[in-house]
Design a protein around this ligand. Structure first.
Ligand code: SF4
Ligand code: SF4
Length: 413
């Protein structure tokens, strides 16, 4: 049955020069612009328990992850690091470079930067305050400027539909290399209009970026724990540039997804590791479907980055407008229950259509957890239960502690 429309969200077309799109939001999907947050809790956690970057917080599974790659993918990934590494290094020092021209206070910097970002190829651009409450502990002293330019680049459609596969991983990492370069180009441009710009690299994030993208009106958080953006759902890779250029902030938008996800639930039902949950909880001041990292990682690491929760999302596949048009017309979720949207292959396990999921034994989920230094102590502790460690084991333990300290120094500066 047709639904009543409460409001229509108008957004720029996906590519530079494309016409605007109009997304109808049905009356029964309306909640609030952005996502529900408790500001006082966000401040408390940011101050008392700041987050840490994923690669620091979960450093224990890094070696394990590489051990799961095929020789071909290991080689591809090493080549990718060689291509991407210089971009990440350039981003790390980008905030120290001075502007190349005098600033003109009469210019509209917001429009200039937005247009340049679109000319360079970014598909989504928004402006908001850089919210330091989300900054990772090891990045607190690195972030320099107050305004955030939120930038998303679309990951290729065709490759993404082959998730999970090495081919899809090539597209995923390849997107980082493209946007890593054009973000540096955009920062260089900002310096030519008289201001500083610091590139927050995708591979060396300063914070979880989603709350700032939501504040800038670029999407809403989905039940898959990812940002759902108008044109490609969570099939967009996110970066931030911070600047001292005076810019006007955008506002958060209610696209209807706080409620729509509660109705849809495809990603929750299709997640092979049951890492996604139906019910939302308050977590560090945000009301969200909290992903179980350990369960997810065990599948993600073994099955080419998994990302089935991205692939099966109708917004990823069709875009927000067709999904919301269909909902307004029928009250149904576009593509739900079809093999086309919900089906996936897991290497060695075969094809799983709607309603079918693989089974994994309990020990499948026993992978290295947490920080590397904590993990190696945990292993030694377990050994001490039955016997004294041998001198070789102690020597190996000492080497690993030294390695952990070295990694810590490199990642926290
Ligand atoms: S990446 Fe895979 S295992 Fe992890 S939450 Fe998504 S669907 Fe589940
Ligand atoms: S699959 Fe459905 S429930 Fe999951 S994020 Fe996408 S719209 Fe939301």
């Amino acid at each position: 049955m047709a639904k009543k429309i409460h409001h229509i969200v108008r957004r720029p077309g996906k590519n530079n020069g494309d016409p605007d799109i109009e997304i109808p939001v049905a009356e029964d999907l309306v909640t609030q612009p952005g996502n529900p947050t408790r500001d006082v809790d966000v401040s408390f956690y940011g101050r008392e328990h700041p987050l840490e970057a994923h690669f620091v917080e979960n450093s224990a599974d890094r070696e394990w992850l590489w051990s799961q790659y095929t020789p071909e993918f290991s080689k591809w990934r090493i080549d990718h690091e060689k291509r991407d590494g210089p971009l990440v290094d350039a981003a790390a020092v980008s905030g120290d470079i001075n502007p190349t021209m005098e600033a003109d206070p009469d210019l509209d910097h917001t429009d200039l930067i937005r247009q340049k970002a679109r000319d360079l190829g970014f598909h989504e651009v928004g402006f908001t305050r850089y919210d330091r409450r989300y900054t990772y502990a090891s990045k607190k002293r690195w972030v320099k400027f107050p305004h955030a330019i939120c930038l998303a680049y679309e990951q290729g459609y065709e490759g993404t539909q082959k998730i999970p596969s090495e081919e899809a991983e090539h597209v995923h990492f390849g997107t980082y290399a493209i946007e890593g370069q054009i973000a540096l180009d955009l920062a260089a441009y900002i310096r030519t209009i008289g201001y500083q710009a610091q590139v927050h690299s995708h591979s060396d994030s300063s914070a979880p970026y989603i709350p700032m993208f939501v504040a800038a009106g670029l999407g809403q958080l989905g039940a898959n724990g990812q940002l759902l953006m108008p044109h490609f759902g969570s099939r967009g890779r996110l970066m931030i540039i911070t600047t001292d250029a005076p810019v006007q902030y955008d506002d958060p938008i209610d696209y209807g997804f706080n409620r729509f996800c509660e109705i849809c639930q495809i990603c929750v039902n299709r997640c092979p590791s049951n890492a996604l949950v139906r019910d939302k909880v308050w977590w560090r001041g945000a009301l969200k479907n909290k992903v179980n990292y350990g369960r997810c990682r065990a599948v993600m690491g073994r099955y080419d980055g998994c990302s089935i929760c991205m692939k099966v999302c109708p917004v990823q596949k069709f875009g927000m407008k067709p999904v919301m048009d269909h909902y307004v017309k029928t009250g149904q979720v576009l593509g739900k229950g079809t093999d086309d949207l919900e089906g996936f292959d897991l290497k060695g396990k075969g094809y799983f259509g709607p309603g079918q999921k693989p089974h994994f034994p309990k020990d499948f989920f026993e992978i290295p957890r947490g920080r590397f230094e904590n993990w190696i102590f945990e292993q030694l502790k377990n050994q001490l239960v039955d016997r004294d460690p041998t001198p070789q084991e102690l020597r190996r333990f000492g080497n690993k502690v030294r390695e952990a300290l070295k990694v810590k120094r490199e990642t926290t500066g």
